[in-house]
Design a protein around this ligand. Structure first.
Ligand code: GUN
Length: 285
């Protein structure tokens, strides 16, 4: 078994972005909006800010009260849509329940939608005219390809059908000519289906859902889960993936660790998308 090192691969991507950004006349800008106090979201948003700075992308952080009315958030997005120093806009999900995530996503103009969540970008992904592709799915494809695996013709099984990961990653795998099966909470005989996967992507948010008996010998396993599991440690929790890593690792050819697998790739893709958005907005290639 070989470990897929997301930290290393993402660092290489970030280095390339840094080099490209240093050649630009003005700095690309990314606005990151956090609503509320979700501790995991706070960690992600801070990390996004740090990584932006490292590559020379300007980061504009907005931390809004959890009770902010939807209207106010939409107004801020419209202001950012019209701000020339902002090339990308990201509203960290999930948002509190008084706010419709669909409205938020639809308000960000597609040209600045570095998450690739807007229906226009999702539609373009579906028809194969990719421009801004959601970050985690994009990172997952890079990780799979880093193993030297030719995706074409392989059976890829994706567990999870979210708009953020499951659906877009399935679409990207299909574009790469995989035969794709999507499993979800209502799937019958999930274990048997997973067992036929050459490439298995787990994105459900259930700790250790994928056990060794569900994995084919020699499969490539991508674990998107970042689950906080309570324990007696100082922090009070530890992170666990959707894959039972210790038992699965002996069976697969390649596997991503949690943390240090998919997570850092999501941020690298976000930086790539911000640079792409900047170039599109400035008519650069
Ligand atoms: N929450 C979990 N993943 C993501 C992501 O990729 N983008 C945003 N905006 N929120 C998220």
């Amino acid at each position: 078994m070989e470990l897929i090192d997301g930290n290393k691969i993402s660092a290489e991507i970030r280095e390339k972005i840094k080099e490209e950004v240093s050649q630009l006349e003005k700095k690309p800008g990314l606005a990151v909006v956090l609503v509320g106090e979700n501790p995991a979201s706070k960690v992600y948003v801070n990390m996004k800010e740090v990584k932006c700075r490292e590559v020379g992308i300007q980061s504009f952080k907005y931390e809004l009260d959890k009770d902010i009315p939807e209207e106010e958030l939409l107004k801020l997005i419209e202001k950012l849509n019209n701000d020339e120093t902002v090339n990308g806009i990201l509203v960290q999900m999930p948002v509190p329940k008084q706010i419709s995530d669909t409205k938020v996503i639809n308000t960000i103009i597609p040209e600045k939608d570095v998450d690739g969540f807007h229906p226009v970008n999702m539609g373009n992904l579906f028809t194969g005219n990719n421009s801004l592709v959601s970050c985690t799915p994009k990172g997952i494809i890079t990780l799979i390809e880093s193993t030297g695996t030719d995706i074409s013709g392989k059976h890829a099984v994706v567990i999870g059908r979210s708009n953020i990961v499951g659906k877009p990653v399935s679409t990207l795998l299909l574009q790469k000519n995989a035969t794709v099966t999507i499993c979800h909470s209502r799937t019958q005989n999930m274990a048997e289906i997973c067992k036929t996967a050459d490439i298995l992507v787990a994105a459900v948010g259930r700790p250790k859902l994928v056990t060794a008996d569900m994995v084919k010998e020699g499969a490539v396993v991508i674990d998107v889960g970042v689950n906080r599991v309570d324990d007696d440690s100082e922090k009070g929790y530890h992170l666990e993936g959707d894959v039972d890593f210790e038992n699965v690792k002996g069976k697969c050819s390649h596997i991503t660790p949690v943390p240090g697998g998919v997570g850092p790739m999501t941020i690298a893709s976000l930086l790539e998308n911000t640079l792409t958005a900047y170039k599109m907005q400035n008519n650069l290639k």
